[in-house]
Design a protein around this ligand. Sequence first.
Ligand SMILES: Nc1ncnc2c1ncn2[C@@H]1O[C@H](COP(=O)(O)OP(=O)(O)O)[C@@H](O)[C@H]1O
Ligand SMILES: [Mg+2]
Length: 158
Amino acid sequence: MSLNTLVRQAVETIRLHWKGGADARGVGIRLVTELDRVPDVAGEPTALLEVLSALLLNAEDALPAGGGMIAITTWVSERWAHCAIADSGMGMSEDVRARAIEPFFTTKGSGRKGLGLSFAYGIIRRHRGEIEIATAEGRGTTVTFRLPREPYRQGAHA
Ligand SMILES: Nc1ncnc2c1ncn2[C@@H]1O[C@H](COP(=O)(O)OP(=O)(O)O)[C@@H](O)[C@H]1O
Ligand SMILES: [Mg+2]
C-alpha cells in the first residue's frame, strides 16, 4: 500500500472534521504536506491510518487556541519509508516525553484516554517499524515513524 495515499486520506479526514466542527478548531491551523516519492509498504491500511490520525490529533491538541502549524513529510531511505508529523505546539517536558508512549498516560483532561501513542507504537512495531519522538518544550514536537520498504516492484512507486 501507498504511504502517501494514507497520508492524503488522514489529512482529508481531519480537514473534514475541522470543517464540520462546531468549535472551528481548524481555523488557525496550517496543515502542510511534503510527500516524497516513497515506495509501497506492506501493512494494514486501517491500522496505519489509525496511527496517522492519532499523531495528527496529538499535534492538533498541542497547538495553542490561536492555531499553528502541522507538517507531514514522507521520504525514503535505503531500507525504510519514513513519515514525520511535526507541530509547532507546546512540546513535552523530558518527564512527559519519557512516559508518553505508556498506555493510559495522559496530561490532558477528560475526553482523552492516553492511548494514542501506545496504540501507534504497537501498530508500528507490529509492522516491523520504529517510532521516535523529538520534542522541545514550548517549541514543538516531531513524531517520526518508519516502515520497512517492500522489495522493489515495477510500478509500485507512487
Ligand atoms: N504532539 C505532541 N505535543 C505535545 N505533547 C504530546 C504530543 N503527542 C503526545 N503528547 C503527550 O503525550 C501524552 C500521551 O499521548 P497519547 O498517548 O496520544 O494520549 P492522549 O492524547 O490521549 O493524552 C499526551 O497526553 C501529551 O502529554
Ligand atoms: Mg492522543
